[in-house]
Design a protein around this ligand. Sequence first.
Ligand code: ASN
Ligand code: ZN
Length: 320
Amino acid sequence: RTLLKHDELLRQDRAAHTSPAQPESALPEADPDLCCPDRRIHDGEFRAALPGRLVRGEGDPPSGIPDADMAYDSAGQVFSLFAEEYGRNSLDGRGMPLIATVRHRRGYNNAFWNGDQMAYGTGDGKVFQTFLELSVIGHEMAHGVIQHSGGLIYENQSGALNESIADVFGALTQQRALGQEVHQADWLVGRGILGPEVNGTALRSMKAPGTAYSDPLLGQDPQPWHMDHFVTTTDDNGGVHINSGIPNHAFYLFCNYLGGRSWDLPGRIWYQALQQLNNPMATFSDWADQTLRTAAGLTGVGSQQVLLLRRAWKLVGIAV
Ligand code: ASN
Ligand code: ZN
């Protein structure tokens, strides 16, 4: 039983991920205007309307609304990751404003990218206590980057890749902001966001998929880390938040083999592979191939790094 079975969440989910993809197969040229984020944080005032009331624009002093100020600071961290590490100007590569709404609806147990902006519930205080957490914010904003990088259709394997790549950039955002090398990082997505009535530490674990929570209400974290345990289901758009555990773990293993900083070579490979993929219906195996091609382009065919990446994909059951 996952939280995402709820009809409303699935509806939100479809709305969030079906906006038309804008192909962008070639690497975008370095944007001479690449400079600074244009953040626009709104208060949803616990209502459903988006975007709500603007409470903090770019350069404004803190709003005094903790969720809004967290969304503002975190959006800055995400912008900085893509800009400074990968040369990307905002989510669309063309400097689009970073629009977010906090306090979306009352007791709302989710966060999402709706194709144009981020929205964050407060949680109901029981199952979830917040969604303003850096890896979650990085995840939601990465959905915007994926959408503007050719897209990955949000069902079955391509959907699980969409989810996984969002988790990867969420983790990179957090590790970079904390200055953590791969062996210091917890590799959790959404640590601390679960509420007091749930037994768990996070929403997902990239290091140990399937172990983030174990709870009567939420059930056991359903994520596999190996293709032998790939879940075939029609729930959750074909298990997009479940099977993402497999490519998540491959990324983790690769980083773990390399050591150092995840946002350096591993992040650069994942980012460039996403730009070069040009296949919104990609399977896990297509994606693994693309990451290897990109890695070979960056480090040389037959490099130690390519060897370790191939080993990581093999370990999760994807033959490459
Ligand atoms: N938080 C979820 C996500 O970004 C939203 C959803 O699935 N409705 O994947
Ligand atoms: Zn997502």
